[in-house]
Design a protein around this ligand. Sequence first.
Ligand code: NAD
Length: 492
Amino acid sequence: MALLKEVKEYYGDVELYIDGEFRKSESDNFMEVMNPALDKPIGRVPFATPEEVDEAVDAAVAAFERWRDVPVPNRVQYLFRMKEVLERHKEEIARIIVQNHGKHIDEARGEVRRAIENVEAAIGAAYILAKGEALDQVAPSIDEYVVREPLGAFVIISPFNFPVMVPFWFMPYALAVGATVVIKPSEITPIPFYWVNKLLDEVGLPPGVVNVVYGRAEVGERLITHPDIQGVAFVGSTAVARKIYELAGRHGKRVLLQAGAKNYSVVMPDADMDRAATNLISSFFGNTGQRCLANAVLVPVGDAYQKIVPKFVELAKGMKLGYGLDEDVDMTPLVSRKALERVHRYIEIGLEEGARLTLDGRNPVVDGYPDGYFIGPTIFEDVTPDMRIAQEEIFGPVASIIKAESLDEAIEMANSTIYGNASSIFTSSGRVAREFRRRIKAGNIGINVGIAAPMAFYPFAGMKESFFGVIHGQITSVHFFTDTKVVIERWW
Ligand code: NAD
């Protein structure tokens, strides 16, 4: 069934949000923002000028002392209002995500739900996690206690693939504990957060508590290195995370950097193959492979190969491509023409490396959307662990299949990349699942679950080069935005 196609056809120029005011950027550098299913512009995003970036930071810094003084129960009221506004507009936000990112409407609805869950978790965190500890009478007439205090103004930099959810992995927690923020969404998908920003304006936060600027690397780096910024929460690729890690280190900033992925999924011979196949299809090809938790390499162990691979290939062949606003499609376009070219390049690399292309998703014919950045499910067999298609992040719907003879060999393969974001196993053995969980070097483990996405009230981060820093995202980011003081107090 086709849904109402558009909320709006064109969103115009994205505006900056500084000190509680929307304003047109003075920049003469704007980029067109595209709808990837239609290959049509839906707006323009400015690359903020250095002065605008500094003004956003100044606003966040000026707002901080006032915001931290707002009593916790009053601060939390703004988050309740934020939840209410997002709930009221959730369908419209989801549709705008589809228009700019291209994902399926259900995936977009899920994204908005996750954003709201993070607001809910932040409300709880404000009361529980931000609380200190006290011990009476550590010495005669002396008590000792810890208070947790917000540190100041922080930067949040988000990737293209979850344009609404990712800023909410951090922003509600910062606000809950009395910190202020400058957010820089992805320049590729800025419109959904711009729209959310307009809605958040209804929440009536004091000016400067949340500021939003747009741009690319230059804007991000100016924000991070600004002397008044305390730290940066970033989600994006490993290449950029590495750069930010170094830059932030040189400038003495805190970091919480969630980075790239190459996730392996192991199928044991005792797995429920029908369930595993359905789950794997969604994990490999959902969101057109553009999830940091997407599976990218399938490792059937022993005779699991014959049991799972034909089912997996059959289901992949049956996937229907189309526009994400049509509820009955299974797969949607990649985010940009550049992304499509990158994925095509990786398919060429796989062929050059000698892998067998079992299913070729290139150049599909998609009824009604001849210009979209589409590619269908693509499956390589006869892949070996040393191949680039087994090691590097493709970030598209390309599955590499490698056969393993034993669980040990499968675990060794899964641990062989520079990444450690997620890993899954499908089995009916608790012992095998436990061993896998203990030996895999990844931050998110799925047991009979293909997309191991932690709920808002759990930490979220990977290991190895999928993460740089110490404190993880979502609820634990409360600790990122705060520090503790110990007070030793004598009254006699
Ligand atoms: P990206 O690294 O290209 O960009 C991410 C953000 O960083 C964008 O806002 C971009 O403008 C900004 N940026 C780029 N260069 C910068 C610099 N030098 N300094 C400061 N900011 C800079 O990533 P992307 O293509 O938008 O997103 C896809 C990547 O994100 C994939 O690698 C994916 O695995 C990863 N990702 C990871 C997680 C996770 O939780 N680990 C979640 C979602 C996406």
